[in-house]
Write a protein that binds this ligand. Structure first.
Ligand code: PMP
Length: 294
């Protein structure tokens, strides 16, 4: 399948306050964000033309920026209305939305206090193409090549570009070894999350999920916890040892892009059969986002 590069497409991108033709939404090679990872972003999904939990995503974008020491030069309302403009201008109904804020080119050193803060919002079509049957097979995870850093080692609550360096390395290694994704431990050796999604285990009919004290407390994670509680399923947030995977009957990931994705195995050592709880939460999540039945 030929890849269509992301910088060579038709459409419009919202760039510092206005829609510009897609191919013109460029940055210079001497941009602070490119050299020093001074960038934060979001990953959102639109369903039927509306972004699910847009308010929460925009709030997190601003919070992520604050953790990197800068503020967004637009109000949340302006960002939300810009998001709607982007979806409209590109005719996107079911799609993915990528806002990104970054330090520009005014200063090129570690100190970059006077750089302009830029904001762009792009969106592209991303229909859900997995049938319920295919989705229920489960993905296979390898162990991540790196651990999630401690909160006093990196701004771990920020959806910051720099924190994805170890995710890309881990995911590439997993893919090279024939897995779909990698499961990362945290700095203490507890289970943390996949490279772009949170982790849940079903043990004795209860849901266990790692305490998000050094990785993103995902918006989907919070949604799925509420959905499980609404079904009277007990949800326990705690530190979980890797060996406890042996006690899990079902394992799944959550994320704006991943939605609720069942896991079939970890490191070829632990095997799971997506079951009733995963299926129920997939159905509940689909309903919550307003996805039409497939
Ligand atoms: N962890 C990481 C590293 C992620 O990239 C994501 C996706 N943003 C998540 C967790 C899940 O977050 P959310 O449910 O807010 O998309």
């Amino acid at each position: 399948m030929a890849l269509i590069p992301f910088d060579d497409r038709d459409g419009f991108i919202w760039f510092n306050g206005a829609l510009v033709p897609w191919r013109e939404a460029k940055v210079h090679v001497l941009s602070h964000a490119l050299h020093y990872a001074s960038a934060v972003f979001e990953g959102e999904r639109s369903y039927g033309g509306t972004v699910f939990k847009l308010v929460e995503h925009t709030e997190r974008l601003r919070a992520s920026a604050h953790l990197l020491g800068f503020d967004l030069p637009y109000s949340n309302e302006e960002i939300n209305s810009a998001t709607a403009q982007v979806l409209n201008a590109n005719g996107i109904v079911d799609g993915y939305v990528r806002p990104i804020a970054w330090r520009g080119s005014e200063m090129m050193g570690v100190s970059a206090q006077a750089t302009r803060i830029n904001l762009a919002i792009a969106a592209w079509a991303w229909p859900s193409y997995f049938s319920p049957e295919a989705r229920m097979k489960g993905i296979n995870l390898a162990w991540g090549a790196y651990r999630r850093p401690a909160p006093d080692t990196a701004p771990t609550a920020s959806k910051a570009a720099g924190l994805y360096m170890i995710c890309t390395i881990s995911k590439h290694k997993a893919e090279d070894e024939g897995y779909h994704d990698a499961l990362m431990l945290d700095y203490r050796g507890y289970l943390a999350e996949a490279t772009g999604a949170n982790l849940f285990l079903v043990i004795d009919g209860k849901i266990h999920t790692p305490t998000p004290d050094c990785f993103l407390n995902g918006i989907t994670r919070q949604t799925v916890i509420a959905l499980a509680k609404a079904r009277q399923i007990e949800v326990i947030e705690r530190h979980i040892q890797p060996a406890e995977l042996a006690n899990a009957t079902e394992v799944f990931l959550t994320g704006s892009a991943a939605e609720v994705t069942p896991v079939g195995s970890v490191a070829g050592e632990y095997h799971f059969t997506p079951g009733a709880i995963t299926a129920a939460l997939i159905a509940d999540y689909d309903k919550a986002v307003g996805k039409s039945a497939t």
